[in-house]
Design a protein. Structure first.
Length: 247
């Protein structure tokens, strides 16, 4: 069997790079799609250098449907099609609702939710035609619990799992699974920018007593992406250190 082709949006970020590395270790040919700059792309290439196989970076703005469709078409014409899609691209624009500007709402929904739709819509025809596919949507614990100052982000992440369940029903008989993962607070640049006193309060509310690591989320991505995970679909897997138990 040829190597599975995996596309990871937001693939140059802390979580995204971990997803790429774990899928590469699993034997996939990895394509990181991201809007990041060339310096970050070079860091990603160095992070992937010790792994076997052909892996590449593609510049992509997930808010542009035509660009998403063109990327998938280009990959399919040269490699046989996208087998695994990880929708990991995301942004935050945190502010309370009474202060939130319409563009702060739209920006977050457009990247986090529309972007996932753009990519899923682009890969589903090929996956169903070939009879195999794995779509993994990276949601968030805050899409399940809500979070102060994140009505936009929480709405987008909750919407991702709603999309996951509906799409899973549509493609289940075609050999395509669709699942979401809801990470808790992890050691990423985004979380580490939170002021330390607030971060300490977050850690204190996590039963395991620490932040998660990107690798801990990536192992779940690799598990759901595996050929042997075909009986798991429409699920949301929380990876949050027991965070729910503190509510």
């Amino acid at each position: 069997m040829s190597r599975r082709i995996a596309v990871i949006t937001g693939g140059l970020g802390g979580l995204g790079t971990a997803f790429c590395r774990h899928l590469a270790r699993q034997g996939c040919s990895v394509i990181a799609a991201d809007i990041r700059n060339s310096e970050r792309a070079e860091e990603w290439r160095k992070a992937m250098a010790d792994l076997p196989g052909d892996h590449e970076f593609r510049a992509l703005d997930v808010t542009d449907y035509d660009a998403c469709e063109a990327l998938v078409s280009d990959i399919s014409s040269g490699n046989g099609g996208v087998d695994i899609l990880v929708n990991g691209a995301g942004i935050t624009r945190d502010v309370t609702m009474k202060k939130m500007a319409p563009e702060q709402w739209r920006d977050v929904l457009t990247v986090n939710l529309d972007g996932a739709f753009h990519m899923a819509r682009s890969v589903v025809p090929g996956m169903t035609e070939r009879g195999f596919g794995r779509i993994i949507n990276i949601s968030s614990v805050n899409g399940q619990t809500g979070q102060f100052g994140q009505t936009n982000y929480s709405a987008a992440k909750a919407g991702m799992h709603g999309m996951t369940m509906a799409l899973a029903r549509e493609v289940a008989k075609k050999g395509v699974t669709v699942n979401s993962i809801s990470p808790g607070y992890c050691e990423t640049q985004l979380v580490m920018k939170i002021p330390e006193p607030i971060r300490d309060k977050i850690v204190a509310s996590v039963p395991v007593g620490r932040l998660g690591s990107p690798d801990e989320i990536a192992r779940v991505v690799a598990f759901l992406a595996h050929d042997d995970s075909g009986y798991i679909t429409g699920a949301n897997i929380p990876v949050n250190g027991g965070y729910f138990m503190s509510f």
